[in-house]
Ligand binder design. Structure first.
Ligand code: ZN
Ligand code: ZN
Length: 99
């Protein structure tokens, strides 16, 4: 006669049985053990992705061109410096400088 342990998964609350064995009882069911990524999906629910925090420049950043004096205020978060066509520099496109 074989004996079984009744186990409960700490992650998904699944109850399952396995052959009684010595040593530590597993705390995760076989499917959770095989798919550790299940854990990260819980994490994304707890910590919703905030797009703004990954961007380099915060909202309401102020930019200007020192050559032509163009001034721009960007009210959203951006990752790259805005550019403009500079009248003082051969009408080429230059990046603005953060104030
Ligand atoms: Zn589980
Ligand atoms: Zn300029």
């Amino acid at each position: 006669m074989e004996e079984f342990d009744e186990l409960t998964c700490i992650q998904c609350n699944l109850q399952w049985k396995r052959l009684k064995a010595r040593g530590r009882k597993p705390r995760l069911c076989p499917s959770c053990l095989q798919a550790p990524s299940v854990d990260s999906s819980h994490l994304t629910i707890n910590a919703p992705k905030q797009e703004n925090t990954t961007l380099r420049y915060k909202p309401n950043s102020e930019w200007k061109c020192h050559s032509c004096g163009v001034y721009v205020k960007v009210c959203v978060a951006i990752d790259e410096a805005p550019s403009h066509t500079c009248k003082k520099r051969l009408h080429k496109v230059y990046l603005l400088e953060l104030i």
